[in-house]
Design a protein around this ligand. Structure first.
Ligand SMILES: [Zn+2]
Length: 293
């Protein structure tokens, strides 16, 4: 009603202003937040993303004016590693092809993801319930010490302060964890369907996208960039995101993975994948959601 203006209310606040802002940060990051983008050169989308396989430095790019050709080159002084942008972009497109879903594996891939996401969604419900129960409990504790200190005069200020800050911290921690949980109203089947349609067309999406889309896609699949080796004239990956590593694994195995194992977890248990209070629907779903942007 106030067009986003934050006004401190008259009631005693349930959370501190600091926590309120933190939670708002988490929420705004979880949606599509636009980061102002520098005007990058459309011809050099792999700048910085490509790293030198000889010295580890990121590549920069430049236009060789005499020939009107764009080049990527290693930023390290004296390192001769370089390549024409056109050829490098082609190498990258070939690599991207290896992580692109094949039409015939669409069904099996959807099966694995629906299975994975529905079991984590079940886990999420129980985590949410446990957190809410803890929240009720700690809120009661706070009310109780307030009553003891203010109303009944059974607790001195020093003891009250000690418990108050302890319980308040606990309460804020629980609220933070609740805020991190993905919305249970997410249409998971819909996200999977749309995401898989995009996963079929990675090279096409990359080639036809504007620079911001290209960068988003390349970082989504290879979050740490890739390496270019001048001697082999080849690229290799550093880290591949879980979702696309799973797709590549499915493609290599022709869709036939061992019964009961999902290629999207690479042998990790669900709780290991979550890593503490990581949102339980986990990385592949977040990666999927980014594909839809
Ligand atoms: Zn180098």
């Amino acid at each position: 009603m106030l067009n986003g203006v934050v006004v401190k209310g008259k009631h005693e606040s349930m959370v501190s202003q600091e926590l309120f802002m933190k939670v708002n940060d988490i929420i705004s990051q979880s949606t599509r937040s636009e980061v102002p983008h520098l005007k990058e050169n459309e011809n050099l989308p792999l700048k910085i993303f490509i790293k030198c396989d000889h010295c580890g430095s990121p590549f920069t790019g430049y236009l060789m004016k005499a020939r009107g050709i764009y080049y990527y080159k290693c930023r390290q002084k004296g390192c001769p590693n370089n390549k024409s942008a056109k050829q490098m972009n082609e190498l990258f497109l070939n690599l991207l092809g290896e992580y692109t879903l094949k039409e015939k594996l669409m069904k099996v891939c959807r099966f694995h993801l629906e299975h994975l996401f529905s079991s984590v969604a079940k886990e999420q419900v129980s985590i949410e319930q446990a957190l809410k129960a803890n929240l009720t409990e700690v809120t009661k504790k706070l009310e109780k010490i307030e009553e003891k200190h203010y109303a009944l005069d059974e607790m001195n200020k020093e003891t009250f302060d000690k418990f108050y800050s302890k319980f308040k911290k606990e309460q804020e921690g629980i609220l933070m964890e609740l805020a991190k949980l993905p919305k249970s109203s997410l249409n998971i089947s819909g996200i999977i369907k749309l995401g898989l349609e995009k996963a079929l067309r990675l090279p096409e999406l990359w080639a036809s996208g504007i620079i911001r889309q290209k960068e988003m896609l390349q970082n989504l699949v290879f979050p740490e960039g890739i390496l270019y080796n001048r001697e082999t004239d080849g690229v290799r990956t550093l880290k591949v995101s879980e979702l696309f590593a799973g797709i590549a694994q499915l493609c290599k195995g022709g869709g036939g993975t061992k019964k009961g194992t999902s290629p999207f977890l690479s042998g990790k248990s669900l709780s290991a994948e979550r890593g503490g209070f990581e949102p339980p629907v986990g990385l592949p779903l977040r990666q999927f959601s980014k594909l839809l942007v």
